[in-house]
Ligand binder design. Structure first.
Ligand code: PLP
Length: 459
């Protein structure tokens, strides 16, 4: 790596995520471009790296809204004082939420929004006189955050790492991908088995991403699964919670993916796109029966964090919603998304390690397989995901790849999730650089595999 301004694990007082990974130092951003301290410019195909910067970098309208609010009142805790920005943002979110959502509680991020969704589901049952309901069932191949409760929502020992002893024992079902369960029936059977194992009257919620992000990029279960889930909710009385931390606020081409899913959720947690990378803010939205259970019961849900509903972050949320509305960006994502997926698919069509290009709006994903049989996971020791991100960085493109192979449900895969404001030319250039990076890694990997024996399997 070039430059004196690349930070390595042994040259920083920051405890790094990975000691072995050198990091360029990002100093400014404009639109879909990020510049590092050496003046190198990177094309950002990942909305700031983690799908938050949905409006691109350096927007003066959002910065100005934040400045105006900070001058008036930046912070006042919401336990004893509410504020106009929080009140208005709650009203505006209810207006764009799927029908039936009536109340909003703000959070600081996605993980605490997910935790609050679990607490609200449990409170709903307790308030209605069913205190035995606490168990959560969720898809195994998911990511809901790094906190103990959100880690427990996945069934991935590889992600749990050494923290298993702290995690509550929730029950999990496999994903309905082409590999395991193309129709969704096996997942429904697994859901039935989990309901019986827990005892249906002890289950509080089914918790999932309506469209997966990093854990299984742009994967959405088949309609049959959603319909079966809705039937079982009706029969057994648990709630359905959606983690829309990524899909919420426009990413999938709808304000919330919950509006276009055959099973309407009872609770939605959202975050990233609400602050669009300009403020840390999340939100939990609830349907009327959930709010009513508390309003008629104890009339209290007092848990929260210091920054929940703060004037500054809510003012940013309001400016983000205004930008999305005035520029028709949710509509743009819906209209442009299908063509973007086709363009990506065409650009990657001749690359033998590419098995599938998925996409919903501006949330796209590519999954990779062993080219020797077109089916098996790539051998993990080839580190294909990490190599793709490095090759993309060499092309001055920011991507995010993962390799959850050891958990057994998915292999190497890459997310492609640009800002909604990216121009057609910028999208085309992202795809060109992305395809070049993948082609380079694929060529190397094919040569390496030619020297080794048979594929490593992986159902
Ligand atoms: C689907 C999903 N849920 C939850 C989270 C956690 O959100 P946060 O990092 O804001 O706590 C993430 C973060 O990447 C996510 O992708």
């Amino acid at each position: 790596m070039r430059g004196t301004t690349v930070i390595t694990g042994d040259r920083t007082k920051v405890l790094p995520l990975e000691f072995a990974r050198p990091l360029p130092v990002a100093v400014r951003g404009r639109g879909v471009w990020i510049e590092d301290a050496d003046g190198e410019r990177y094309l950002d195909a990942m909305s700031g790296g983690s799908m938050a910067a949905t409006l691109g970098h350096g927007r003066s309208d959002i910065i100005e809204a934040a400045r105006r609010q900070a001058e008036r009142l930046s912070f006042a805790h919401t336990e004893r004082l509410t504020n106009p920005a929080q009140e208005r943002l709650a009203r505006e979110l209810v207006d764009v939420a799927p029908p039936g959502f009536v109340r909003v509680r703000f959070t600081v991020a996605g993980s605490d929004a997910n935790e609050m969704a679990i607490q609200l589901a449990r409170s709903y049952h307790v308030e209605r006189g069913e205190p035995e309901r606490w168990q959560v069932i969720s898809p195994a191949q998911a990511y809901h955050g790094p906190t103990m409760q959100t880690l427990a929502l996945t069934g991935r020992p590889g992600l749990h790492g050494p923290f298993g002893p702290y995690l509550p024992k929730h029950l999990h079902i496999p994903p309905s991908t082409w590999r395991f369960d193309p129709t969704g029936q096996a997942a429904l059977d697994a859901l039935d088995a989990a309901l019986q194992e827990a005892g249906p009257d002890r289950v509080s919620a089914f918790f999932c991403e309506p469209i997966s992000a990093a854990a299984l990029p742009a994967y959405r279960p088949p309609d049959r699964f959603w319909e079966g889930l809705a039937e079982r909710r009706e029969r057994y009385g648990f709630l359905v919670c959606f983690d829309e931390v990524v899909t919420g606020v426009g990413r999938s081409g709808a304000w919330f993916a919950g509006a276009t899913t055959p099973c309407t959720p009872d609770i939605i947690a959202t975050a990233k796109g609400l602050g669009a990378g300009y403020a840390a803010i999340g939100a939990v939205l609830v349907r009327e029966h959930v709010a009513e259970a508390i309003a008629r019961g104890s009339r209290r849900f007092p848990l929260g964090h210091t920054w929940d509903g703060a004037p500054l972050s809510c003012a940013v949320g309001l400016a983000v919603l205004e930008a999305l509305r005035s520029e028709g960006l949710v509509e743009r994502v819906a209209a442009r998304g299908p063509a973007l997926r086709e363009e990506l698919e065409r650009a990657l069509a001749q690359i033998p390690i590419v098995r599938e290009v998925r996409g919903h709006g501006f949330l796209l994903g590519v999954s990779f397989v062993d080219p020797r049989d077109g089916t098996s996971f790539l051998p993990p020791e080839l580190r294909v995901a990490g190599r793709i991100d490095q090759a993309a960085l060499d092309e001055r493109l920011i991507t995010l790849s993962t390799q959850p192979t050891r958990d057994g449900y998915a292999g190497d895969q890459t997310l492609f999730a640009p800002a909604f404001t990216a121009s057609d030319d910028e999208l085309a250039e992202m795809i060109r650089r992305f395809a070049a990076a993948i082609r380079r890694v694929a060529d190397e990997v094919e040569a390496e595999l030619a020297e080794s024996a048979t594929p490593c399997g992986g159902a």
